[in-house]
Design a protein around this ligand. Structure first.
Ligand code: ZN
Length: 284
């Protein structure tokens, strides 16, 4: 993780199928940049836990791509154990809906469990619920920390990191999972509280992860990374690109039934988004 000293961030992209996986792997290979593949509990159920680990390992070993695998938003210790045993490089224990002290208790257990299986595992924790789905939303998610008074407090971040021993923290600093309908067109952008990112970095002294990156203003991505964000998650934008690509593929080849002839549009549409995001996250 030399991204910290270079003041750039690593892109984290979620996948649900081989089209998404190939798009991210090809973008990383072409740009010669490290990437993290994320699979949430739902995505893992579809792709397969060991299958996801095998895909990432094969591309890393055979093509020399710096590609890593994260068990995104894991809500139980059993799922943490399963992912670490399957060979994931990183896990996120998401206790963001719990009270701070309960979140600390559970996350600490997740850290101990994960490191007992793999001492080199990268463990992330999360404070501040920012919505739970990478979807197009009619309104902001209920109970989400989207106003300044609900954002993650620097002193909470410091206590959380000290008491749990996590390597990385996902705070609520203006970010949100999913996209509001007004954000799909790009008219409305998500904005980050950059001063708060700086303060959290100073007090937590660990890697910081920006979740819900889709639809964030470009200048806020860059400023957030300068202020201390090390990993940026993008999912909803990729799902939108996937759907657009599948629709194009079907429309262009109405008589085609071979998935490998229909899905290349989905790969190229997702890849375009990943390339643009990776370039932005690695610019100085
Ligand atoms: Zn997330």
């Amino acid at each position: 993780m030399d991204a910290e000293s270079r003041q750039v961030a690593v892109g984290h992209f979620n996948i649900s199928d081989i089209a998404g996986f190939n798009a991210v792997a090809e973008a990383a290979e072409e740009l010669k940049l490290p990437v993290i593949i994320g699979v949430s509990e739902g995505e893992r159920e579809f792709v397969g836990v060991y299958e996801a680990a095998a895909l990432v390992r094969v591309v890393r070993e055979r093509k020399g791509v710096e590609i890593f695998l994260n068990a995104d938003h894991t809500h139980s210790l059993a799922r943490i154990e399963e992912a670490v045993k399957a060979g994931f490089d990183a896990v996120l224990f998401d206790g963001s809906k719990l009270s701070l002290s309960e979140n600390i208790t559970q996350t600490k257990k997740a850290v101990e469990l994960a490191r007992a299986i793999n001492p080199n595992i990268f463990v992330e924790g999360e404070i501040g619920y920012i919505g739970g789905s990478s979807a197009i939303l009619k309104e902001t998610p209920e109970g989400a920390a989207l106003s300044p008074e609900a954002f993650t407090k620097p002193e909470e971040a410091e206590r959380f990191v000290k008491e749990t021993g996590v390597d990385a923290l996902a705070p609520a600093v203006g970010n949100m999972h999913g996209l509001l309908e007004s954000m799909v067109s790009g008219d409305v952008k998500k904005r980050l509280d950059i001063e708060l990112v700086k303060k959290i970095k100073e007090s937590a002294k660990c890697f910081l992860v920006q979740h819900g990156g889709s639809g964030t203003a470009d200048e806020d991505f860059v400023a957030g990374i300068k202020a201390g964000i090390n990993i940026v998650h993008v999912n909803t934008e990729l799902r939108l690109a996937w759907k657009k690509g599948v629709e194009e593929g079907l429309a262009e080849n109405p008589d085609e039934i071979a998935p490998y002839k229909i899905l290349p549009d989905a790969v190229s549409d997702i890849k375009e988004v990943v390339m643009a995001r990776l370039k932005l996250f690695s610019q100085k």
